[in-house]
Each structure stands twice: as C-alpha cells, then as structure tokens.
Write a protein that binds this ligand. Sequence first.
Ligand code: ADP
Ligand code: MG
Length: 752
Amino acid sequence: MTALDDPLEPVLGAKSATALESALGLSTVGDLLRHYPRRYAERGELTDIAGLEVDEHVTVLAKVQRVSKRRMRNRPGSILEVRITDGKHDLTCAFFNQAWRERELLPERRGLFAGKVTAFRGQLQLSHPEYQLLEGDVDQAVVEEFAAALLPVYPSAQGLPSWSIARCVRQVLDIWDEPSDPLPDELRQRFSLAGLPDALRWIHRPDGWPAVQAARQRLKWDEALAVQLTLAQRRKLSGARPARPNPRRAGGILDAFDQRLPFALTDGQRAVGEDIAAELAGEHPMNRLLQGEVGSGKTVVALRAMLQVVDAGRQAAMLAPTEVLAAQHARSLREMLGDLAQGGELGGSELATRVALLTGSMPAAQRKQALLDVASGAAGIVVGTHALIQDRVSFAELGLVVVDEQHRFGVEQRDALRTRAGEDVSPHVLVMTATPIPRTVAMTVYGDLEVSALREMPAGRSPISTSVVPVAEKPAWLDRAWQRIREEVAAGHQAYVVCPRIGDDDSDVDVADADTDDTAGSARRGKSAKGAKSGKKAAKSSESDGDRRPPLAVTEVAALLAEGPLAGLRIGVLHGRLPADDKDAVMRAFAAGEVDVLVATTVVEVGVNVPNATVMAIMDAERFGVSQLHQLRGRVGRGSAPGLCLLVSEAPAGTASRERLDAVASTLDGFELARLDLELRREGDILGEAQSGRKSGLKMLSLLRDEDVIAEARQTAQQVVESDPELTRHQGLAAMVAELVDEDRAEYLEKT
Ligand code: ADP
Ligand code: MG
C-alpha cells in the first residue's frame, strides 16, 4: 500500500530516499512522481549541445569523439579529457586521475553524460561528469530502459543523475496505489483529459509521443485549474470586501493640480484616469494594474488618483521597491505639487497637503516626525519602501495604495496591503509596472487585478540604441566604450556604469541588487549568489576548474575606472548598502550634474530620472535578466539627446547568454522582451514570492505556450467558484488548490 503522501524511504531504502531529499527536496512518493522529466531522449538521437547554458546541471546523450591525456601543470596527477559530440557541436569532459576510464570511453561509444556546464577559455565543459554508457560493457538496466522508444531525462543534481531518478520512479510505479482523480468526471470528459493515474504513469514511462502529449495536457490542466481556482477565490473575496468611496470633489486639490499641470495629459492618461476615478468613488476596492513603458507617464496618473483620495479626506501610500526610488518619488511628487505639498507651512496653498517619506533606514528623529504626520493625517501622501507594509505604520485613514514597479511585488504582498485600511475595509490598490505583460501572465500572476495600459509616450523622448561589447573576442571595444563615455561627458552629459555586485566583503552574500528592504527579486539574487560562490571556488582550485570569476563589483570597478580609463572625471558610487543619507546625497549630486559617472548596482534600475544622462555601460551584462536590462537602459535617453546602452559581456559568441544580449540589443519592443524573459526564466514559481525552487511551483504549464489551457481553466474556475466559493462540493479540486498553494499561503488567503 503506497499512497502519494507516503515517505519514500520504505519504498526505495534509506540511501536513495536521502539522496532524493537532500539533492532535490523530494520526500514523498507524490513529490517524486511530480518530479517530471524535463525532456525525453529519443533512440538514435543525440542531445543538441548548442542549447546548453553555463551553470546548468544537464544530462546529454552524446557520442565519444576522442580522448586525450595530459599531466597537470601545477600539481601531480593527470587529466583525462574526453570530447563528446552531438555530431555538430562538442563538449569537453575532464576527469582527474582517472586514466582508467580511457578503457571504456572509446571513440564512437554513446552514453548519457551528466554534470554542471561550465565555460573554460570560451569552451563549454562538463565538470566532473557522471556517465552511463549505452554500448559496450554497461549497466543492463539502463540499456533496457533505453530500449523503450523514449528515455525520460530528469532535472538532476550532482550525485543524482537522471538515470538514478528514473530507477527510483520505476520502483515507485511498480508498487503504488493509484490515487483517486481530483478532477470531476464531467470536467475530464468535457475537455477530453486523461485520468490522473494514467497521466502520472505516462509522463514517466511513455510508450510513445502520444502518451507524453496526453499526460502533459492533463498535468498542465491541473496546474492551470488550481491557479485559476485560487485567483477566482481571491477575486471573489476581495471584490466582496467593502471599501470607502472617494468621490471626485470640485474645487479640491486635484482640480488645483490639474490647473497647474505644465503639459496636457495624453489620451491614454486621461482615459485610464477616468476609469480609476470611477473606481475610487466605488464601495468596493479598486484592484487595478497600470502598465506602461518606462517614461510613459504613470506617475502623473498615480498622483492624480492619490489627490482624489486626499480630496475625500483620506491618505494615499506609494510603495517603491528601493529606498533610492522612494526618495526620488517623494522628491518628484513634491516638485510636481509645488505649494500644494506645503500643507501647514507658511506660503503653502490652502488646499495643500504634505508628502511624507518613510524608509527603513531613516534617522530616528526624521522617522518619528514622518510617522506622526502619517498618524495624524497631516500627510495626505506617504511614500515609502515595502517596509511600510512590514512595519506597523499607523495611518489616520488609508484610502489608496499605489505600488510602483510591480515586478518585485508579488500576490502575497498585495494581499497584505488589503488589510491595511482597517478591520473590515480594504484600501483601493493601484499597481504600476513598466514591464509589458503578455496576456497569459496577466491572467495568472496578475489574475487578481484589472489591467489598463498607457500605450503612447508623451512627446519629446529620444531613441536609445544598444550594442553588445563582447570583451572576449574584441577587447579593444571596451576601451572604445570608455572613450564614448568620456566623449559624452565632454559634451556636457552624464553616464551610468552598472555592475552586478556591490563589492568588498560581499563575495558570498546575495547582494547583487540588495537595497535594505527589497523583498523580492530572489531569482536574480539567487543567480548572482551562485555566481559569486562558484567564483570563490574557482579562485581556490586548479587550472582545470572552469568555474566563473565573481561578478564585477561597484566598488572595485569604480576604483579601476578612477585610476584608469575614466581618470579625471567625477565618479560617484551608489548601491544598496550605503546609508540612506549617502544614497540620497549621491543621487542628488548626480541629478544636479555634479557627478559625471555614476557607478551603481541595479538600484538605478527603476524610476531614476536624470534626463542629462545619455550613456550607460552594463558590466557582466549576461548576469542580468532581460527585463532588467530593458529597465536599466530606460534610464538613458530621457532627455532631448539620444541614449546609448552598452552591454559589456565576456559570454562567448553562440552561447544562450550571448543570444539573449543580442536580442536585447536588437529590439526596444518591451513586449517581445517580456516574452523572451519569461521563456528564459523558465517561469519559476509564478504564484508565490519565491521565484525559485519551491515545490509548489508550476512545473508543466507554460505561460507562453499554454494560453488556451489557461483561458479554459480560467473560465471553468470562475464558474465553479461562482456556485461553490469554498469548494465544499468539490473536495478533489480543493485538494488540488491546497497542493499548489502550500499551506501557509492558503491560510493567508483565508485571512484576506
Ligand atoms: P513612468 O513613471 O511611466 O516611467 P513618468 O511618470 O516618470 O513615467 O514620466 C516621465 C516624464 O514624462 C516625466 O518627466 C513626466 O513629467 C513627463 N510626462 C508625463 N506625462 C506627460 C505628458 N502628458 N506630456 C508631457 N510630459 C509628460
Ligand atoms: Mg516611474
């Protein structure tokens, strides 16, 4: 008797169970069966080596091409280098002091090779691979497995190759008790879906491609439906909550602001503004996403919404992802408002309110004053970082929350906000993002929000051109890049140099873009932390280690530039570890033109607005995500002079990293880039805040390719939740939701 939630140990024995648990976090029979093959190797076909990514743990089916042996230079011992090929591209596997392998790794033999992909002198390598030969004197079980037409290839880990996982899965499938199907028969028939036990069997041990297809379709459906049921429940709950209405008031602060606006609103700004105004006046909370490219004028829209709420005697909070950005927002809101922001001050307008800035690391006295203004209601507008939600800041009466730059702010944080207006009312919520969102993503990640978009740009923006600077092949181009920066500065402009790491003692801390209170962005940080760690290892180990060097750091690069290629220019440094005052001072100096070149982490990624900056060099550009690069380059070309963005990278030509950079350089179409980003991030865990490694993440469903499934599931979920909000009559579905949304999150949902 073996059920899905039974532990693995009685089935597989302690050794295998421990390996699965520690390498992949799989502890139950269900966990293992939900660890789906990443792909299938087909008999007679070799794996495409060109598609491999550095740092990935891969299993490839390849053929031995040639083998050579040499002595190590710096220490005793020998290296056996085995070149394997897919027929077109090849890969080197290096073995230390294992010359005996020469006897079995004979040219022309085929086998599975598993290990981490590294780059060494521009060549891809598999470091310390494990392998299983499929010809010669080999493990019969593996060969038999392969006699089936399709061999599953699992996401694997060091010490736990794909073929060991396959063996464990087979053992489980030999003795399991088929689980009951959570999907009602009626739904299964309506959408012609396979039963769950069949789907699980076929995904692991298919007898051909049709079985794989049927299994995938069913498993995708389950994931899509679970997500959509969760979202439908959220929408129902949050839409039903009461909110306080903020009707527009004639002759108030909003009218006064509109009268002194120095430009005409674009049609888009006006139309979105009207939708928002109507919703703010309603008795249920607005939950709206405003999407618009960098520079499309979202801030004005948000400010007008906030003023409508202030006119109704309530407060509006604006949340930014970093302290730098919060400070900048506060400053630009005050500037735009002029004397309308000088409430209670001499010379302030009669209608005026106050803009309070509240960040995690403010000096105590300043923070206390801000908190007082917020609590008393003197500050109609409160700008802060996400710390605003975490701390128990008390508002006099919070009516609206504006969240800027959504891509760092998840569904859960939004839920947390909805309880901030009081026991039984929700604030209105306006979320703003500059990352264009494909429809499927809008239906899932933002499935709890209505979506509006600003499609046109205000007049007077300049084009940005982007080039890749491939330092591996063309080192001279880097000199040219610094020269370009000198030229721009000589012409009276300014420059950014962006690095992935802060520097000094952070080599194994995940601080690539750490601002003290940046709550999300874990995927990026995870990535750079990994880079930093492997870099450390590389520094210690031998000539043959192909691990990467640590990412370039702000403090180090700034020092090098100051002494070398940019000597004589005024260089400033900005990163998340600086005290808030220093950050602010640097930003001010840069905005005032007192700093020529700002060397910074991704703290400049969002919202920073210095129109005189015309060139940006992004160092180790391959370490950043596509959307992030797009955001970053949005910092230049904000004035009348054209912008230039240089993506500096050592990634060898032809690698996936390099192709991604070429893609960013080739288009300014944010939509296209958002798609690409999604594809490359493998979508991670789109539901929750953890972007990587959560067991409950979507495994099978692709937001890019499965639009039909998502749309059908959304409609179905809506119907089910309409008639049975708590899913009490759909126990199977309720269980599916619980499996996807892990337990504390489900609890969270109930609270809101
Ligand atoms: P976003 O937040 O969408 O990146 P901003 O709101 O910061 O964009 O706007 C970018 C710049 O364009 C700001 O300087 C803003 O004052 C200006 N702007 C906004 N709307 C208009 C408009 N309708 N006409 C002209 N300039 C505008
Ligand atoms: Mg903005």
